[in-house]
Design a protein around this ligand. Structure first.
Ligand SMILES: Nc1ncnc2c1ncn2[C@@H]1O[C@H](COP(=O)(O)OP(=O)(O)O)[C@@H](O)[C@H]1O
Ligand SMILES: [Mg+2]
Length: 348
């Protein structure tokens, strides 16, 4: 979960050289104080206190070996792509490739925390067939249309494959069984994964297979969050271990609730079965249904958005036409508004 660090110095773990020079000039430009540490024996204290931690790519392996506690706002910085991708996940760090990332380095230091990491949003159906997968796909799609790169991750073993929803079943790229070997050493995955309408898609292969393991899911989601502006997860309702891991990895959970008595009852069961702490409601409206404020009251949770019932989505899904293209304006507008809220801040 996002945690704001107390204001503190910038910890720089880099030996003298080009990478250290670039980092220190960025720190100076932001009028911040740097603590440069090369003797890792003394890292622990600085690690906890610093507002931001910048680790040179050459030092990343040694830092990871210390098994320091997990913290936010860690960045691996340097010119070696293979080191950046290898040590990003073990350190829960974002990567800043040099020289092209030097400007971004300034922005990161200005933020002083992890706010620039892409939000990871799980979209969960409060009941079956309520439109959770469709919404997940539409959010990712509209984000990409706006030029904000998005990834859509299918973690629903029994969902039939989210690539079908996007008409992406024929698009080349890796799918889950192949990705199951992933363990943290992930570079920018976009080169290997199917991309549809600008959305990077991680989908299930059909025909069954081994259950999706939790570790690769975590590594993949971490990597995607480093390289996109938004990551949307579709855990489904089967609640197998990968789906639970997907929910755990998310920093925001949207629960799509059908605005009826049974929809609310099922949503309550879903919240408890998944152990959701602060889901935000997306109320799927229908004629004669309960009002959103009644749904909010019944569940004791905030409503983030309302979604209209949009009959054209059913045919669009059958044709494999992505939902943001195959729907009318009312649905698109509702999703666009929701997207703005999702991108405007990560839930605390
Ligand atoms: N807002 C909506 N209005 C009408 N039909 C919808 C809407 N959202 C999804 N659908 C349709 O409902 C069915 C189930 O959608 P899906 O997204 O797979 O639900 P879930 O993931 O919650 O099980 C699909 O046929 C889909 O096209
Ligand atoms: Mg679904």
């Amino acid at each position: 979960m996002a945690q704001l660090s107390a204001p503190g110095p910038v910890l720089v773990v880099a030996e003298p050289g080009d990478t250290q020079d670039v980092i220190l000039s960025a720190v100076t430009a932001q009028e911040l104080d740097a603590e440069v540490v090369t003797d890792l024996e003394h890292l622990g204290d600085h690690w906890r206190r610093a507002a931001t931690v910048l680790v040179a790519d050459q030092m990343a392996e040694r830092v990871a070996a210390w098994a320091l506690p997990h913290r936010e706002a860690v960045f691996v910085v340097g010119p070696a792509p293979e080191l950046l991708s290898a040590w990003s996940a073990p350190l829960s760090a974002r990567v800043i490739p040099l020289p092209e990332g030097a400007v971004w380095l300034g922005a990161v230091l200005g933020e002083g925390d992890s706010r620039c990491r892409a939000p990871v949003v799980a979209v969960i159906g409060g009941s079956g067939g309520v439109g959770a997968s469709t919404l997940a796909a539409a959010l990712a799609q509209l984000s990409a249309v706006d030029g904000r790169a998005a990834a859509l991750v299918d973690a629903d073993l029994l969902g039939g494959g989210i690539d079908l929803l996007l008409g992406a079943e024929g698009v080349e790229g890796w799918r889950w069984p192949r990705l199951n070997g992933a363990e943290g050493q992930l570079s920018d995955l976009r080169a290997y994964l199917p991309v549809v309408d600008g959305v990077t898609v991680v989908s299930m292969a059909r025909g069954g297979g081994p259950e999706l393991a939790r570790e690769p899911l975590a590594a993949i989601v971490n990597s995607l969050a480093n390289w996109h502006s938004l990551v949307v997860l579709d855990p489904g309702r089967a609640m197998l271990s990968a789906a639970r891991e997907a929910v755990r990895l998310s920093n925001r959970q949207l629960l799509v609730v059908s605005a009826g008595v049974r929809g609310v009852a099922a949503a309550r069961q879903t919240i408890s079965a998944y152990g959701l702490e602060q889901p935000e409601l997306v109320v799927r409206r229908a004629r004669g249904a309960l009002s959103s404020s009644l749904v909010a009251e019944a569940l004791g949770l905030p409503v983030l958005a309302e979604l209209p019932t949009e009959p054209s989505l059913v045919g669009a899904a059958e044709r494999g036409e992505p939902p943001a293209r195959g729907s009318r304006r009312g649905y698109r507008r509702a999703v666009a508004r929701l997207l703005e809220q999702v991108l405007s801040g990560v839930a605390q």
